[in-house]
Design a protein around this ligand. Structure first.
Ligand SMILES: [Zn+2]
Length: 125
């Protein structure tokens, strides 16, 4: 939310939860042909301290979470085919010990919007 507001104050215009794009990206920046997903570290199996396999129903969780990952990759491929650039902002970039502060996030995200790669992640993997 804070990041969203500061991006807006910095002059970036975006749409939220665009239902007309694959995967309904959280933020869409038409001018920069760029989309941002806020990714939960648990649900999307991020390699970070916030991800742990649950101790019960292990098999069910493995299936569930690997299906999420397959879905994520398909969504990112489709977006790239349509000419969109994709930034994943992981939950651990926003909260927890390793989070960025709002200024850092604003700086990193605006740098990426203005001229970043076709695919990027925060924190970088
Ligand atoms: Zn994470």
């Amino acid at each position: 939310m804070l990041v969203r507001r500061s991006l807006h104050q910095a002059g970036f215009r975006y749409r939220l939860h665009a239902a007309d794009l694959p995967g309904k990206p959280d933020l869409v920046f038409p001018k920069y042909k760029a989309v941002i997903f806020i990714q939960g570290c648990f649900w999307h199996q991020h390699q970070c301290a916030m991800f742990h396999w649950p101790k019960s129903r292990t098999e069910w969780w493995r299936r569930k979470i690997s299906a999420n990952r397959v879905h994520d990759e398909a969504v990112q491929d489709k977006l790239r085919e349509l000419g969109w650039r994709v930034l994943l902002v992981w939950e651990c970039a926003l909260k927890g010990k390793a989070r960025y502060n709002t200024e850092q996030l604003l700086e990193l995200i605006s740098a990426w919007l203005r001229g970043g790669n076709s695919f990027s992640e925060l924190p970088p993997s």
